[in-house]
Design a protein around this ligand. Structure first.
Ligand code: PBG
Length: 335
């Protein structure tokens, strides 16, 4: 818990500017620090060879074919980034209402996991678990009539989790927001001998419009019918978000995430104070797009706002941040 701060003595005994006078004093008195090891890098992958396909709504981010992913991951690892998180752009022909490509052991994500673990065993590989990159209608779960059905979706997510664990994933990231998914995955992982595969649950994931550019990146924007409000949390709700975190921890999540990040820093702080578990925030595509757009116009100083936005997650209680800025931030942090 954060303790109340000491009330300053009356002026001039207390001059709070004394500790702000020089770089050295400011560094010495800094309450939080951002380090390269705090960063998880989300990467978009696609089929093909020699392809780096820019994403218009995310300046500086491209979809990489697997031969391009490897050198990019090597470079990130060399910068000190510990974890990379994979998001597939699935070929349009493989998107169906039954989503079987999601648990195909040879799908793009599972091939990427194997390739990365074979070549860079020291880099942790995190995945995303949800049906949206494989679903003909862009939803995270199966659609039956008007409904996104819960229990049938959880069965599919479990198959997806097992396929990713079999491929060698270190951390599974269920982002689907179905009820009961964490418990079902944890039980299945234990049963299959994957005792040490970690789950970083997208526990407090809000129904946000800040995901727009991501949906472009994975090719789901044109497909999504309706919205995700029947499964993602209402942005108005803080208690509900905390109940989601408590539930996922009870079911066997090792770490939890708040998503989006910057508009939800109050939730990050509440999660850290309330549960004391490894807490992450996802600085999502829309946050990245806003900062890059403003910096691109010269309205903001790109590098400075990048670092400030990431440091503020640490102050809010996060242990780490998923951010598209990871390699750029790591380069600056390494000097
Ligand atoms: C899909 C998923 C989304 C994101 C991560 N996993 C989008 C969504 O829920 O629609 C968003 C990430 C971002 O915006 O950067 N389950």
């Amino acid at each position: 818990m954060t303790r109340p701060v000491h009330a300053p003595a009356p002026f001039p005994a207390a001059r709070l500017r004394r500790l702000r006078r020089t770089n050295a004093l400011r560094d010495l008195a800094a309450e939080n620090r951002l380090g390269v090891a705090d960063l998880i890098w989300p990467v978009f992958i696609r089929a093909g060879d020699g392809i780096e396909e820019p994403i218009a709504s995310m300046p500086g981010v491209s979809r990489l074919s697997l031969d391009r992913l490897l050198p990019a991951a090597e470079a990130a690892h060399a910068l000190g980034i510990t974890t990379i998180c994979l998001f597939p752009y699935t070929d349009q022909s493989l998107r169906t209402e039954t989503c079987e490509e999601a648990w195909n052991p040879e799908n793009l994500t599972n091939r990427a996991i194997r390739m990365l673990k074979a070549n860079l065993p020291g880099l942790s590989v995190m995945t995303d678990i949800a049906l949206d990159p494989y679903n003909a209608n862009g939803h995270d779960g199966f659609v039956v009539g008007e409904e996104i059905v819960n229990d049938e979706t959880v069965e599919a997510l479990v198959k997806m989790a097992l396929a990713q664990a079999d491929a060698g994933a270190d951390i599974l990231g269920p982002s689907d927001m179905m009820d009961g998914r964490i418990g079902a995955m944890r039980l299945a992982l234990e049963g299959a001998g994957h005792r040490d595969v970690a789950i970083l649950s997208y526990a407090a994931k809000f129904a946000s419009a800040f995901y727009g550019p991501f949906r472009d990146a994975v090719g789901a924007s044109g497909r999504l019918v309706g919205d995700k409000k029947t499964y993602q949390v209402n942005p108005a709700n803080r208690n509900e978000a905390l109940r989601c975190v408590a539930r996922d921890l009870d079911e066997g999540a090792d770490m939890v995430m708040v998503k989006p990040g910057m508009p939800y820093l109050d939730i990050c702080r509440a999660v850290k104070d309330g549960f004391g578990v490894p807490t992450f925030a996802y600085q999502v595509s829309g946050e990245y797009a806003m900062l890059q757009a403003a910096a691109g116009h010269g309205w903001l100083q790109g590098e400075t706002v990048m670092l400030e936005s990431l440091l503020c997650f640490k102050r809010a209680g996060c242990d780490g941040i998923l951010t598209y800025f990871a390699p750029a931030a790591a380069r600056v942090l390494n000097g």
